[in-house]
Every structure is written in structure tokens, then in C-alpha cells.
Ligand binder design. Sequence first.
Ligand code: GLU
Length: 350
Amino acid sequence: MKLIKLFATLALTLAVCLSLEAKPKIRIIATGGTIAGVSSTSASSAYTAGQVGIQTLLDAVPQILNLAEVDGEQLVNIGSQDMNDEVWLKLAKRVNQLLNEEGYDGVVITHGTDTMEETAYFLNLTVKSDKPVVLAGSMRPSNAISADGPANLYNAVAAAVSPACKGMGVLCCMNNQLLDAKTVIKTHTIDCDTFEGGPSGIIGYVYNGEAYILQTPNNKHTVNSIFDVSKITKFPKVGIVYGYANASPLPMQAFVDANFDGIVLAGVGDGNFYKDVFEVAVKAQNQGIQIVRSSRCPTGPTCLNSEVDDEKYHFVASLSHNPQKARILLMLALTKTHDWQEIQQFFKEY
Ligand code: GLU
């Protein structure tokens, strides 16, 4: 009789253990943005970003607890127009710590949408783990009619627990879609359907709490990236100069005078300069300030040695990087080398 009781107890314990099978451990790092924004009226057009804390965001989506063991931390609470190197460094170091030392299976970062693509690309080059790292935001503030934040956060956690998202580099999850850090771009100032994945399209989507991957990013990232911020406290200074008809050379000259280490041209067409700006760029390059040619065109590459003789001037062509992504890659590249050909190679690989 005692033996039967013992077996019954063991069987019950086993059943309980199986039913309590450990869920993936996900940390949500909140940084602010519209997802944490509050509108003073029922219309969502007037609001302040970065108002509510991480717990309020989590409380809005209790269903997340069905997907994962989730906890949160508030890194900063800002509109992403105020994102900067200091926060990026903190964020990259924290993500590496959570994934490599604290046993987390994935990280979700809530972020404003204005510079989400830049943070995603920065992390794509500096996170040292193949575990999922997913950024989510919203276009409508947390108390707006039909706020999009809760669904985006839920979907981001679904992506972060998904084995399909492992090894995909840093992803953005917005409007049911998964976009990769290299190609993602915000295309619309106010619509919920604002993010696009460039010419190759989205990486996947999330539906009913399940992530589906359609294609794999083909650039180097995360565990295959040479860039390491663990000992970095400050980045080289890199600015962007916008190209237009009859452009003034003054912005480019101002960066030179302020001892910037690199300048990215958001040039016209295939990364072309207005002649007065070109003159300053040649002088800047000759005095060791690396010039990268990119384009203000939303699509298409900026090609090496096209209308501009890059070999002659030692300019780097950004290839498939838009100006804001080129700025990040140049900033990290300059922590490794000042050789323009090596930097050009980084633009081919990353
Ligand atoms: N400017 C805000 C930000 O980027 C609003 C954009 C948003 O989050 O949707 O944080």
C-alpha cells in the first residue's frame, strides 16, 4: 500500500513538473518612445513620448506571460530623437550581459520609431550573441484609441522566444512584420505601416503568437561582427551632410573645423556632390577625415567609382547603406582602422 502511495506521489510530481516546463526567459529593456507615450487628448496626434514606465507597458499585455517568463528594466525614458552614443553603449553592453552572463534566452527593446532603425543596426554590429534581440515600438501613444504598442510588444516577445529568430541578427517587430536591422527603414511620418525592409522586403512576420521567417539576412552581424564595444567609452565623431541643388559647403566645412573623424554625404543620385561641397570633401579626405558617399535616394546602391573616382580621392562608397546606417558603420569602422580600402571592405561585408 505504501509503495502504491509512493508511486502515485512520484507520478503526480512528474506531471506537475512537466506541466510547469520552463518557459523561455525574456528581458524587456524599455527606452521610451511613443509606445510609452501619453496623449493629453483622445486624438493621438498631440502627445509626449517616453512617459509611462515598463510595468505599465507589461500590464497592458498580460498575454505575454503565456509566451515567456518576462521581466523588465527601464534603461532610459526618452523620445528616440534623443538617442545617443552613450545610451547605445549602455544598451549594447547590457544586452551582451543579459544574453551571455545572466542566462536570458532573448531580449526585447521598446524604442521610439524615429531612430529605431539606427539602434537596431548599431546593436546588429555590436551584440555578441545569436539569441534573438527584437526592437518594438508604436506609432500611437499608449492611451490612444487603437494603440498599436501592446500588439507590437506581444509580437516582439513571440519573436524573441522563437527558435526561428535565432541567428537572424537584430530584428524590428512592427505592424505584424519582422524587419532586419540592416535594411529596415521608417518610411512614413505618422502611419502605423511605416517600416519597410528595403528592396529585399521583410524578413518575416508574426501571426497568432508565432514567428515565421521568410528569408535570412545576408550581411555579417552579431557573432560574426568584428566590432566590439566592451572596452569602448567614446566613439569617433561622424556627421552627415545633406546634398541638394546649389548646396552650401558650410555644413561640411563645419564638421572639418570641429575635428570630426568622418563625414557621410547623403548625396544626390548615386552619391554625387555639389561642386563646392566636393572641394571641401577632397581637402577633408586629404587631412585624414574619412568621407563616405551615400545617397538621399530612398532606394538603390551608391556604387564605387561611378561618377566619382573613389580610387583617386580615397572616398568610400556606402553601397547598400543609407546615410544613417553608413554613419554607424563608419563610426565603428574608425574604431578599427583609418585605411579607406579596409573601410570599403566593411561596407561590402556588413
Ligand atoms: N519621436 C518619438 C520617438 O521616436 C515618436 C516616434 C515614435 O516612437 O513612434 O520616440
